[in-house]
Design a protein around this ligand. Structure first.
Ligand code: ZN
Length: 205
């Protein structure tokens, strides 16, 4: 399986990092080895001084498809999860300034938090573009978003991505983060909620 992540899909987040709002989706991959194993805490790597959390809605692909038309896009997902796209921001900034790919800053071990449970979209009200989610750090809300704020809708993303890569059953799409990203330090506890449902706790070590 692969993890496809969308960059800059919320206007305020693009702007908070000084980036332009994109005219077409921006994506990159995380390897399957980046998934944080459920029983493990998140260990800060020793080669970065600035790891950021980015909370994101995660869509699970339910069947194989390529060149998907927009009217058929909703058939390719039915379950929604929540995740964190951990990012070594200092390393990413350096890579970006050199025009290099971001994988080192985005694809390291443990950098993909994926909720153990996925919730059926039906149980969430049925509208993929109207889901509230939030991230708390040590009990304080640091990010909150609604999928209506996405620049590119989930269906648009599926159309766009499947033009370039076959989507396979079990693939995950991280759909971008709202504003409010920030650093973590040892001891922090990150908690994710989707429509009021508790989705994950991650302890930073
Ligand atoms: Zn992200």
């Amino acid at each position: 399986m692969k993890i496809i992540c969308i960059g800059r899909n919320y206007k305020q987040h693009a702007e908070e990092l000084g980036n332009k709002v994109p005219e077409e989706p921006l994506f990159f991959l995380k390897p399957d080895s980046s998934i944080l194993t459920r029983k493990h805490a998140f260990y800060l790597p020793d080669w970065t001084d600035d790891v950021h959390y980015e909370v994101e809605l995660v869509i699970k692909i339910r069947k194989l498809g390529k060149g998907i038309q927009k009217k058929f896009a909703p058939r390719y997902y039915s379950m929604v999860g929540l995740g964190i796209d951990f990012t070594a921001r200092d390393v990413q900034t350096q890579l970006k300034s050199n025009g290099h790919p971001w994988e080192k800053a985005k694809g390291f071990d443990g950098s993909a938090v994926v909720s153990h449970e996925f919730v059926s979209l039906k149980d969430l009200g049925g509208d993929i573009q109207n889901l509230n989610f939030e991230l708390k750090k040590n009990e304080e809300v640091v990010q909150s978003g609604n999928s209506s704020q996405m620049i590119f809708s989930v269906d648009d993303l599926i159309v766009y991505l499947s033009k370039y890569m076959t989507l396979k059953t079990g693939d995950l799409i991280f759909t971008g983060t709202p504003a409010g990203v920030g650093s973590v330090k040892k001891g922090d506890l990150l908690t994710g909620n989707l429509e009021g449902i508790h989705m994950f706790d991650v302890r930073v070590r």
